[in-house]
Design a protein around this ligand. Structure first.
Ligand code: ADP
Ligand code: S3P
Ligand code: MG
Length: 180
């Protein structure tokens, strides 16, 4: 949460000319605000809606390619991790010191209500091993802006330092985007 997935995703999609989708936005469009889903139906209902939204996004047709920003907890579902096997999976690594100022004034992440620092650190301790194992590319976001992080991701993918599966066409598009 607040590593910059949504912001970097927008910047990366623009850079490479791909479509952009965000699993949170897809869930909100269908079911309403995230805090209200958690309050009315619980986290499991949110996770189910999130998994469905991601499945639909990944099975949809995206002629320009797709950059999909995931909600931070979505990959705890094995079903979702399996769906990501054949795509680039970028882990945006951030510390609490990085994310604390970014979270200031934000109330749309129900898992951080109350003790945001304690909750974020506890969640990350549990999730970090999953993120590390799933990622085909890891990028530190600390002192870089979202467009800078996006450019770094595109360059790393082009240079082959991402181990994720990808098509020739996608690599070519990214290459064009980076040089533009
Ligand atoms: N690299 C960055 N540097 C500074 N602020 C950032 C960066 N990436 C994102 N932000 C800001 O942090 C907040 C959370 O970013 P967001 O993209 O929503 O993260 P996530 O989707 O991982 O939760 C937003 O206000 C965004 O503008
Ligand atoms: O980490 C999580 O469990 C969550 C992260 C949020 O998305 P971001 O990671 O984009 O903040 C959103 O899906 C929801 O509040 C739950
Ligand atoms: Mg997000």
């Amino acid at each position: 949460m607040a590593a910059g997935k949504s912001s970097v995703g927008v910047a990366l999609a623009e850079l490479v000319g791909a479509e952009f989708l965000d699993s949170d936005a897809l869930v909100v469009a269908e079911h309403g605000p995230i805090p209200e889903i958690f309050a009315a139906h619980g986290e499991e209902a949110f996770r189910a809606a999130e998994a469905e939204a991601i499945a639909r996004a990944l099975t949809g047709i995206h002629p320009q390619g797709l950059v999909l920003a995931l909600g931070g907890g979505s990959v705890l579902r094995e079903e979702t991790r399996t769906r990501l096997t054949d795509v680039h999976r970028v882990y945006l690594r951030a510390s609490w010191d990085d994310v604390a100022p970014r979270l200031a004034g934000s109330a749309d992440r129900p898992l951080l209500h109350g003790d945001a620092e304690g909750s974020w650190k506890a969640l990350m301790d549990r999730r970090r091993p999953v993120f590390e194992q799933l990622a085909s590319l890891t990028v530190d976001t600390g002192t870089s802006t979202a467009p800078e992080v996006a450019e770094l991701i595109a360059r790393r993918i082009c240079s082959g330092s991402d181990t994720g599966a990808h098509t020739q066409a996608a690599a070519h598009r990214i290459d064009e985007g980076v040089q533009a």
